[in-house]
Unconditional design. Structure first.
Length: 299
């Protein structure tokens, strides 16, 4: 193994609260990049020296070495930054699928998302910008809001607003500059979701892929009856498992994302790199609110 991040889902798995739990004893970590050092006689998809990432969750990437079945790995180019390769298989894949699978988006269309500063949110901003899609990004108010807004604009965000601004009349002015979104991406839940839904275009889709507020998604009846909105859920692990027998979609997605990384169109979120031996400090920072930095274990 070369590097592996600490994601919220990794922590949930350790806590025993995630939808996917490995048999114990187990190694933590669901994402990362490694280099192949040796292969078995019948292995054909990778060679020694290749960089590889896990296809599925539960592989256990917080380790220095591992022996894996070739079906559990997919090759990635070694000419991209190691942190980019280590963090490509979860959040960027989620963002890619959210933008691809629910609405037919064209240049000039707009989407709205909460937690715009999350790892998925930052990937959505960059992938959408590469496609000419306008993003309206909702973030929580905070002391360093100005610097956060600038950082998201630098990534390609068109609009960055706080949750309070969602409720204000100024939103009408915003939609004089861009069309109402046909796609809303929710990973928060609670009031944030309800307010975001009010601005969705007629017949639009809201996709929920997380619940950071740990509050239910409340949908106004009027949105279902009079705006004909569609509500969906997405879990990238299940999406990949549904395609376990046909890897073509998975490999194309990884290839497209790595190409964006290579061209500088998709950069990983701000990261702090830790030697594996200091994993306890990395775990502490991974659970610190408002830190806005991904913790990466370097092997």
């Amino acid at each position: 193994m070369l590097a592996s991040p600490i994601n919220p889902s990794d922590i949930n798995m350790v806590q025993g609260t995630y939808a996917l739990l490995p048999e114990l004893p187990a190694v933590g970590g669901n994402e990362g990049v490694g280099v192949v050092t040796e292969i078995g006689n019948h292995v054909t998809s990778v060679r020694p020296g290749d960089w590889v990432i896990p296809v599925d969750a539960g592989l256990g990437t917080w380790r220095t070495e591992g022996l894996f079945n070739e079906e559990s790995l997919v090759r990635v180019p070694s000419d991209i930054p190691v942190v980019g390769a280590a963090t490509v298989s979860v959040n960027p894949c989620t963002a890619y699928r959210l933008l691809s699978d629910y609405e037919t988006l064209r240049p000039g269309d707009s989407i709205i998302q909460n937690a715009g500063n999350s790892s998925v949110g930052q990937a959505v901003i960059q992938i959408a910008a590469s496609l000419g899609i306008t993003t309206i990004n909702v973030v929580r108010d905070r002391t360093d809001l100005k610097s956060l807004v600038q950082r998201l604009h630098d990534l390609g965000a068109d609009y960055v607003i706080t949750e309070d601004m969602l409720r204000k009349p100024e939103m009408k002015e915003l939609f004089k500059q861009c069309p109402r979104p046909r796609l809303a991406l929710n990973c928060v839940g609670g009031k944030s979701t309800t307010e975001m839904l009010r601005h969705l275009d007629y017949g639009g889709t809201m996709v929920t892929y997380g619940g950071m507020a740990k509050q239910p998604v409340t949908i106004p009846v009027s949105a279902l009856i009079f705006k004909n909105v569609k509500l969906c859920g997405f879990w990238v692990t299940q999406w990949k498992r549904d395609r376990a027998q046909n890897r073509e979609e998975v490999t194309k997605m990884i290839r497209d994302l790595c190409d964006l990384i290579r061209r500088g169109k998709l950069v990983p979120p701000p990261c702090t790199e830790w030697p594996l031996q200091e994993f306890s400090k990395a775990m502490r920072d991974a659970q610190t609110p408002f830190l806005s930095r991904k913790q990466i274990l370097i092997m």
